[in-house]
Design a protein around this ligand. Structure first.
Ligand SMILES: *[C@@H]1O[C@H](CO)[C@@H](O)[C@H](O)[C@H]1NC(C)=O
Ligand SMILES: *[C@@H]1O[C@H](CO)[C@@H](O)[C@H](O)[C@H]1NC(C)=O
Ligand SMILES: *[C@@H]1O[C@H](CO)[C@@H](O)[C@H](O)[C@H]1NC(C)=O
Length: 296
């Protein structure tokens, strides 16, 4: 799978006049990731990895490297049955007080009630950009693809290749955009029954533990930051297309949503979005600045 994927990307790249450099792509957990906490809560089953949450601990993993721009994808099957109070997260994050972060958080629910996906974007240490939606399928029955695409023009969140969120670069309006800090890729499962399910009213029922999230199909097709520390300027130079290096994510067609993607996003907003910080007037009496420019 990894080989055919990268060959396809390479062929597309050559076709479009792009040459690939500095990319990492793999479908194997060990090539890209390592456990970050509660190693004894990891279950390896062939191509699948399972993370366990029980009354003693949750668990989590992180990428071995950090990246600037590209795409990450993981196939996840969320906790089956009663998952109330649990949160499974898949996100990218940089480090430090002015960190940037792109989050998928899957909020569990009681048996038969729908999961919610919360997404958020932190820029220079500030988040508060939550959106929540339900899904057009049951995410606990099968594996689905969750991806984050990032280039200097936009960050896109995708579910099974459908765009569910776009955060575009509005620096020309004086709004900061995350584009000079390398980010790691993370996932974890933990108990968040103080807020996650129906506003924290439903608590985790430990008699249903262990809660298990399953993963496979790990893919990172991104510009890897060197292990030794490099300046932001040098990293940006390395990861930006130039005469020597061409990166597929800098292709002009990827600087904004295409028509099909714009329609998908409108469909998601009309049919699946249940909360958008941009329209929460009680929380933000003054509409956040980027919302005035995000036209959808
Ligand atoms: C945690 O769960 C285990 C297994 O179900 C149980 O034996 C133990 O008593 C529980 N511990 C606490 C502190 O609830
Ligand atoms: C997820 O992506 C993989 C690889 O592209 C594909 O084989 C699989 O069918 C996708 N799953 C879904 C539910 O779309
Ligand atoms: C859980 O189910 C209830 C009832 O259908 C729903 O209102 C809520 O949005 C769902 N999700 C969460 C995370 O509470």
């Amino acid at each position: 799978m990894a080989v055919s994927m990268s060959r396809m990307t390479l062929l597309m790249g050559i076709f479009m006049g792009f040459v690939m450099v500095g990319l990492v792509t793999s479908a194997k957990f060990d090539d890209l990731f390592q456990p970050s906490w509660a190693f004894d809560h990891f279950i390896y089953e062939g191509e699948q990895l399972k993370l366990k949450l029980d009354n003693s601990s949750g668990s989590g993993f992180q990428s071995k490297s950090k990246y600037l721009f590209g795409k990450v994808n993981i196939q996840i099957k969320l906790v089956e049955g009663d998952s109330a109070g649990t949160v499974t997260a898949f996100y990218m994050s940089s480090e430090g007080p002015n960190h940037n972060e792109f989050d998928f958080e899957f909020l569990g629910n009681t048996t038969g009630e729908p999961y919610l996906i919360q997404t958020n974007v932190y820029v220079n240490g500030v988040g508060n950009r939550e959106q929540r939606m339900n899904l057009w399928f049951d995410p606990t029955k099968d594996f689905h693809n969750y991806s984050i695409f990032w280039n200097p023009r936009q960050v896109i969140f995708l579910v099974d290749d459908t765009v569910v969120r776009q955060h575009s670069n509005l620096e020309h309006k004086g709004i900061p955009f995350p584009k000079d800090q390398p980010m790691g890729v993370y996932s974890s499962i933990w108990n968040a029954d103080d807020w996650a399910t129906q506003g924290g009213r439903i608590k985790t029922d430990w008699s249903h533990a262990p809660f298990i999230a399953s993963y496979k199909g790990f893919q990172i097709d991104a510009c890897e930051s060197p292990a030794s520390s490099v300046s932001a300027a040098d990293l940006t130079k390395k990861c930006t297309s130039s005469a020597e290096n061409k990166y597929w994510w800098d292709e002009p067609a990827l600087s904004e949503l295409n028509l099909h993607q714009s329609h998908e996003l409108l469909w998601v907003k009309a049919n699946h979005m249940v909360y958008d910080y941009c329209s929460d007037n009680s929380r933000f009496p003054v509409t956040p600045e980027e919302c005035q420019h995000h036209r959808h």
